[in-house]
Write a protein that binds this ligand. Structure first.
Ligand code: APR
Ligand code: PHB
Length: 398
């Protein structure tokens, strides 16, 4: 039977970041991923990074291309009632965000992680995570394998085996499903604007984002029952233009979509995030609607708390930070869940009821006229400060 210190289930951003950061602290890990690397890297995801996530990717040694190609954004715009209001992130919260596709991050992390990942690990099963010597079994190339370890990190996303392995009576699940989806289009056309535009409109929400100065990412709110086939490129571009202020719509450069998909919107939190020697991380424990672009950033925040706690355990044999992991991670998760729910509620169309839209417009007008209210948005958007945690030891600089 093979052995390691930490078995990490899932080679998404959480699992690979954790493995790299642990390695820099001299902690061994094995990452088990059920899909091939090509499959994992083909998934189109968001691409907005808080400074904390940028720092962690650099600390993991996977930030070089990101620092070279990422776009620094000091603000974004809110479009409503035919007009625009800019949220000055740098001015109000003293920070910027970085635009760099999660697909690229996945590739950079995959390059850096190298041999530590077992791609195509089928039937991953967790055993004895309430004991001091958990085991994980999996099948690869027709052979059964077993790994003994000290800890298991469940970085296997919402549909993974880790959370599903926890007895139902030991976990509380909180969920809110939104009655609409996001139809996203990727196109090799110049972005409409240098900064992101979030649009509230009587026809529904729209978002103008980008991946580079020549590749754009746009989203429109659509009914959940819609199919991608219902949306030709023409229909998409005309609907997007209809939801933007006139002067911006007139500048929209359209072109053939290179990717088009519909994503449902949900808020989901599992509590606690630790079960004996099993730690849930990222989407395995929480999902946010993409409106606030918090998904990847929350996953990175979990990884930051967990890798520091595991490093402290192996450095000083202290479980103090491990014991704090769930509470510290959830404190940030709930704040980001609240911000993502609030931003989704403010910017999307929930009904044809004019009163509801009037309330949204009133809140947006208040926001546009109040530095205090805009500062609240800016602080949450750039990412709230990390709490050091009571028992923080001295982590060895990478
Ligand atoms: N066995 C092995 N691997 C698994 C299993 C399993 N049973 N189930 C899922 N996985 C793998 C998936 O194939 C995926 O590659 O776990 C990985 C989980 O990755 P993500 O879903 O990307 O989750 P996470 O790493 O937490 O990243 C969160 O990704 O989805 C975005 O918006 C989300 O930005 C957030 C970020
Ligand atoms: C994206 O670029 O895909 C993106 C950006 C900001 C969001 C959501 C998605 O809030």
């Amino acid at each position: 039977m093979a052995g390691t210190q930490v078995v990490i289930v899932g080679a998404g951003p959480s699992g690979l970041m954790l493995s790299l950061l642990l390695q820099r602290q001299g902690v061994d890990s094995v990452v088990l991923e059920r899909h091939t690397r090509e499959y994992v890297e083909a998934r189109i995801r968001a691409g907005l990074l808080e400074c904390g996530t940028v720092d962690l990717l650099n600390e993991a040694g996977a930030g070089e291309r990101m620092m070279g190609e990422g776009l620094v954004h000091d603000g974004f715009e809110l479009a409503f009632d035919g007009g625009l209001h800019r949220i000055d992130l740098q001015g109000l919260a003293g920070q910027h965000v970085l635009i760099y596709g999660q697909t690229e991050i996945q590739k950079d992390l995959g390059d850096a992680a190298g041999e530590r990942v077992v791609w195509g690990a089928a039937d991953v099963t967790l055993h004895d995570f309430d004991s001091s010597r958990p085991r994980v079994t999996y099948r690869k190339d027709g052979a059964q394998h077993e790994i003994e370890c000290d800890f298991i990190a469940g970085c296997d996303g919402y549909h993974g085996v880790s959370r599903a392995s926890v007895p139902r009576d030991r976990i509380a699940l909180h969920e809110r499903i939104y009655p609409f989806g996001w139809l996203g289009v990727l196109a090799d056309v110049p972005p409409l604007s240098d900064e992101l535009i979030y649009a509230n409109h009587a026809r529904g929400f729209a978002l103008c984002s980008m991946r580079s100065t020549h590749r754009s990412r746009y989203y429109v709110q659509c009914p959940l029952e819609d199919k991608v086939e219902d949306w030709s490129d023409e229909r998409f571009w005309s609907e997007l233009a209809a939801r933007l202020p006139g002067d911006r719509a007139s500048r929209l450069v359209t072109g053939p979509s290179i990717e088009k998909s519909i994503a449902p919107l949900r808020s989901f939190v599992a509590e606690p995030m630790r079960f004996g020697r099993l730690f849930l991380v990222g989407d395995a424990a929480h999902i946010v609607p993409p409106t606030g672009a918090k998904g990847l950033n929350l996953a990175a925040a979990d990884v930051r708390v967990l890798y520091q706690a595991l490093a402290e355990y192996y450095r000083a044999r202290s479980e103090a930070l491990l014991d704090e992991y769930s509470a510290r991670a959830l404190s940030r998760v709930w704040k980001a869940t609240r911000f993502s729910w609030w931003f989704t509620t403010l910017m999307h169309k929930f009904s044809d009821e004019p009163f509801a839209h009037k309330l949204q417009l009133a809140e947006l007008q208040y926001l546009a006229g109040s530095t205090a209210a805009s500062t609240v948005v800016a602080e949450n958007y750039v990412g709230l400060p990390f709490d050091a945690g009571r028992a923080a030891g001295t982590i060895r600089a990478a």
